[in-house]
Design a binder for this molecule. Structure first.
Ligand code: ZN
Length: 446
């Protein structure tokens, strides 16, 4: 039996993300060799997978609910950035993911090493363990491996083996200084304090952070409510995970996003959770909700695009660190960062759209300005809002701290009657979002 065909039984590769939901999985097909990964994030994708020749699909999908705690801070009030701390329990809901299995009969004794990149984690498989699924929460560099029909006692003492560039790490993990928002996320702490952030920033500057080659920074094993066993891995950087298995191991293959995706953008819905942003004059409409609505309309658009991979800083009403938003874009080495906000004034009658970009970053200024111009044109022409012009956003945290061309779109004024009517009109905002997406696609030339 053991020396049967050396075919790999591939189960699922999924960077289907708790934050991002749907993956532009087709983008991966052109990258992975020798076999394409099949990654799905929703029923529609499952149908598409099921229709792919040679692939059998468990089209029922496997829902993964993540009840993660998130400790966050953000407060952008108009052009002034203040970092504040708050905390709250966050319910990040994963969209259902689908495990796609190869022909079960071709199960092999060992994985073909050519399938793995130079960085991966492997976990010895306990007898009788069932299907497995990988999902991730990329904002926190955390990847989950859920194993069906598994017993916690079989897995709880396992230290996963980490491999990076032919070096193998199989002992305890080194203590690595993680960003405070990740530490807080992992500990489920109620808050992460400023001192913690300052320590991290200091260490960042003095480069005293551990330079371990071990890709893994933290992991834990727990039992899910549905009885499956969950490994939670937090890595030292953001990877795109993919799951493979053979008779003896589960392998989580890890690739840098830019090695997987040609074009990557980050869409950032401003504020969220405990940080509402600004309000309409009557206090009924919070900026965070309008920002999220527009960003999710953009997500609807990009979900249908296979040639651009989009990461989202939030897709729900979650409180989200400013630092994590900028880190996400920088770690992805994203091509663009687009932040969605709305404006406010003290009284009615001040209206219109404006776009901010970093006028002090010499490396990105040309592209940022070009994108800012195009987006402002798109928004004002689509929504009929007043053209307020381009502004310097170099003092805005997420604009200042992102290394790539980045813009912040202030779609309209919540405090202006006419703008507010547009912002509340879903048909208008969907059109506005669609046209912003088209503008971005054109800008990237894909
Ligand atoms: Zn805002």
């Amino acid at each position: 039996m053991e020396d049967k065909k050396k075919e790999l039984r591939k189960i699922a590769g999924s960077s289907m993300s708790i934050m991002a939901g749907t993956l532009a999985f087709a983008a991966l097909f052109s990258v992975y060799k020798p076999e394409p990964l099949t990654i799905m994030a929703n029923a529609e994708s499952a149908d598409r997978a099921a229709s792919r020749p040679g692939i059998t699909s468990d089209a029922t999908g496997t829902a993964v609910d993540d009840h993660s705690k998130d400790v966050v801070m953000e407060n952008i009030n108009k052009d002034v950035v203040v970092e504040e701390e708050s905390s709250e329990e966050q319910n990040l809901e994963a969209e259902p993911a689908v495990v796609v299995a190869g022909d079960e009969s071709s199960s092999s004794s060992a994985i073909d090493p050519a399938l793995l990149s130079d960085t991966y984690v492997k976990i010895p498989k306990a007898a009788g363990s069932g299907k497995a699924l990988v999902t991730d929460n990329y904002l926190y560099r955390t990847v989950y491996l859920d194993i069906d029909n598994a017993s916690l006692k079989d897995y709880k003492n396992i230290i996963p083996v980490r491999v990076k560039k032919d070096k193998t790490y199989d002992g305890d993990l080194e203590n690595v200084l993680l960003p405070p928002y990740i530490t807080a996320f992992l500990s489920g702490a109620d808050s992460s304090n400023t001192a913690n952030q300052e320590d991290y920033d200091k260490a960042d500057k003095s480069e005293k952070k551990s330079k371990t080659g071990d890709p893994l920074a933290a992991f834990s094993v727990s039992k899910n409510e549905d009885g499956s066993v969950r490994f939670s891995f937090t890595f030292n950087r953001l990877y795109v995970p993919a799951l493979y298995e053979d008779n003896d191991y589960y392998y989580i293959n890890l690739q840098k996003p830019k090695d997987v995706y040609d074009k990557i953008i980050v869409i950032d819905a401003g504020h969220g959770g405990k940080d509402p942003g600004s309000y309409s004059l009557d206090g009924d409409v919070a900026e965070k909700n309008i920002n999220l609505k527009i960003a999710n309309f953009m997500k609807d658009y990009f979900d249908g695009q296979d040639n651009i991979k989009v990461y989202y800083t939030r897709t729900t009403d979650s409180t989200t660190y400013l630092r994590s938003r900028a880190d996400l874009a920088n770690e992805l080495d994203a091509d663009l960062f687009v932040s969605i906000h709305n404006n406010a004034f003290y009284s009615d009658g001040v209206d219109g759209s404006e776009v901010l970009y970093n006028q002090k970053n010499k490396e990105t200024i040309t592209k940022s300005r070009k994108l800012a111009e195009l987006l402002l044109k798109s928004v004002t022409e689509t929504c009929g809002t007043r053209y307020r012009g381009l502004q310097d956003g170099s003092g805005i945290y997420v604009i200042h701290h992102t290394n790539m061309p980045s813009v912040l779109v202030e779609v309209g004024y919540l405090t202006d009657t006419s703008d507010l009517a547009k912002l509340n009109d879903d048909t208008e905002m969907k059109k506005c979002a669609d046209n912003m997406c088209k503008t971005i696609v054109d800008f990237l030339g894909v």
